[in-house]
Design a protein around this ligand. Structure first.
Ligand code: GMT
Length: 375
């Protein structure tokens, strides 16, 4: 197939999934054309069958606001026409699904470009609900030839919030379990915790929905009972507030803010436990990557997280904001070697048997075929 993929190229789960999907499709012999305003950050080496098309932006002084959605629609039209694309797969509804719809309309009479929209989370649960976007998101979903959601939770939310009658296919996020795998010989652990402290880790974009201060409060309780360190990976609007909280709680020596990092596998392998106490999470890709490296996860009971983390098997789930319980769960695992090893093995097994790319990517291929067969 000849497949166009549009995503946000920056740090974030939807861009990661879109890029890893494109890479895997290319390896499977499909021709993949990425269309975005910048090179997706995970597209960092040459892969046969992958081409990147940059959306150029006009900066004419009359335009007070950038007209990205329109430039994207024009670029999609051009690429679809000259590369003879079968379909365009957009990740994150706003504005990608709308631009794709425009491209489809512009190509009418020339070809029947199929549009597949994958819903990732905040496009549906947060941004899309704003009154200025809601009618457009609903329209763009309804006009897509195929719609997928990354969890059953997100599918249900879309149906209820937008009164969508269209069929939505649930295709979960995935991980390359050959890359994200346990490495007992990880050398970084010694540098971070020279005295054998337990290492807790959190990775996110530090937005309000991630509740990073809860992570710090959980850690505060844990380190009172056992020697421990906390690694905070990523950056975003709440980072300064979190650094302030760390100073107030006198945890500066024990909490390391690493900022954005590429060596996620090494960081996960240096760690013992992953914390994700989010307010909202349609799937929780960062938690899946941690599980794939054999880390049990402590999470809140929101969104798609319970579809990923089996409570009392791969980790523990507690109510949003219940930092006491989450700290208790963390201590329970970190002080009980046998239990920890069982949870760690379960987490890895769950990633390998349910969410490996070899299981999930064919689901997208099948879905593409199904959508393309509809006249
Ligand atoms: O979590 C974010 O704020 C980033 C966002 C994105 O679009 O990149 O993540 C969403 O999509 C990921 C990939 O499908 C999911 O794993 C995340 O759970 C989801 N985030 C939220 O629902 C808050």
């Amino acid at each position: 197939m000849k497949i166009g993929i549009t995503c946000y190229p920056t740090y974030g789960g939807s861009g990661v999934i879109a890029t890893e999907l494109g890479k895997e499709l290319a390896l499977r012999g499909h021709e993949v054309h990425f269309i975005s305003y910048a090179l997706p950050f995970r597209l960092n080496k040459y892969i046969e069958n992958i081409v990147f098309h940059e959306v150029e932006m006009s900066n004419y002084p009359l335009f007070e606001f950038p007209l990205y959605s329109l430039s994207l629609a024009s670029k999609m039209t051009e690429v679809a026409k000259f590369e003879m694309l079968d379909l365009v797969h957009v990740h994150y509804a706003i504005p990608h699904a709308t631009s794709a719809y425009l491209a489809k309309e512009m190509l009418k009479g020339y070809c029947d470009l199929k549009i597949i929209t994958t819903l990732h989370g905040t496009d549906i649960t947060l941004v899309g609900l704003e009154p200025s976007f809601l009618p457009l998101v609903k329209f763009s979903i309804e006009k897509s030839d195929g719609v997928t959601a990354v969890s059953r939770y997100l599918k249900e939310k879309t149906i209820t919030n937008y009164e969508i009658e269209k069929d939505i296919e649930v295709i979960p996020n995935f991980v390359d379990t050959e890359v994200y795998k346990p490495n007992p010989n990880c050398i970084y652990r010694k540098h971070i915790a020279p005295n054998g402290e337990k290492i807790l880790v959190h990775i996110s974009n530090f937005r309000g929905v991630k509740r990073v201060p809860d992570t710090i409060r959980i850690f505060e309780k844990v380190q009172k009972e056992i020697p421990a360190k906390l690694l905070l990976v990523g950056d975003g609007p709440d980072r300064s507030e979190c650094e302030k909280l760390t100073r107030e709680l006198e945890l500066v020596d024990k909490v390391k803010f690493l900022g954005k990092q590429e060596a996620i596998v090494d960081i996960l392998n240096a760690s013992d436990l992953f914390l994700i106490p989010s307010q909202s999470e349609s799937f929780g890709l960062a938690a899946l990557e941690a599980m794939s490296c054999g880390l049990p996860v402590i999470s809140s009971s929101v969104g798609g997280l319970p579809e990923l983390i089996r409570h009392n098997e791969c980790g523990y789930i507690a109510e949003i904001g219940d930092v006491d319980r989450m700290a208790k769960y963390a201590l329970d695992l970190l002080t009980n070697k046998k239990k920890y090893e069982m949870f760690s093995a379960n987490a890895r097994k769950c990633a390998v048997t349910k969410f490996d790319k070899s299981i999930v990517v064919p689901q997208y291929e099948e879905y593409y075929k199904k959508v393309l067969s509809h006249k």
